[in-house]
Write a protein that binds this ligand. Structure first.
Ligand code: SAM
Length: 121
């Protein structure tokens, strides 16, 4: 996983305003936003799918729309294991955590396909 992960990961806090976060996602061109507590520990994840939920159900904070049971990987796990998790759970982004549940990176399907293209060239 450490060979394909993005280390500079943008995160947000559970109480953050949804409109501000949606703007960040658009400006940065990203779709997966890990939600962390004040110690940087993972407490949830939000994607554009959840932002649609916010619009539909008139929610204002990430706490109300985030997915709390997050599928994660650790840096030393094999890419095969990561790919299986993504396929099994039908997700395209997986936060990378350390042994204390702190977010140290993220891997998206986009990251993976770019790396694979780099390999077959
Ligand atoms: N295929 C899309 C994707 O990859 O995100 C849709 C998956 S599912 C319908 C959308 C939900 O998956 C959202 O509520 C989002 O919070 C959740 N989700 C995304 N990444 C996740 C992850 N790593 N662990 C758990 N849930 C996740």
């Amino acid at each position: 996983v450490r060979d394909v992960m993005t280390r500079k990961v943008i995160t947000a806090k559970p109480g953050d305003d949804i409109k501000r976060v949606a703007t960040v996602l658009l400006q940065r061109g990203i779709n997966h936003l890990p939600i962390v507590d004040e110690k940087g520990k993972l407490v949830g994840i939000v994607t554009s799918w959840d932002l649609a939920k916010a619009l539909a159900f008139k929610k204002r904070t990430l706490r109300e729309i985030m997915t709390q049971k997050v599928v994660t990987v650790q840096e030393d796990e094999a890419i095969d294991v990561l790919a299986q998790k993504m396929a099994r759970h039908n997700i395209s982004g997986v936060p990378v955590i350390d042994v204390e549940n702190r977010v140290v990176g993220i891997v998206t399907a986009e990251d993976l396909s770019k790396k694979l293209v780099g390999r077959v060239k």
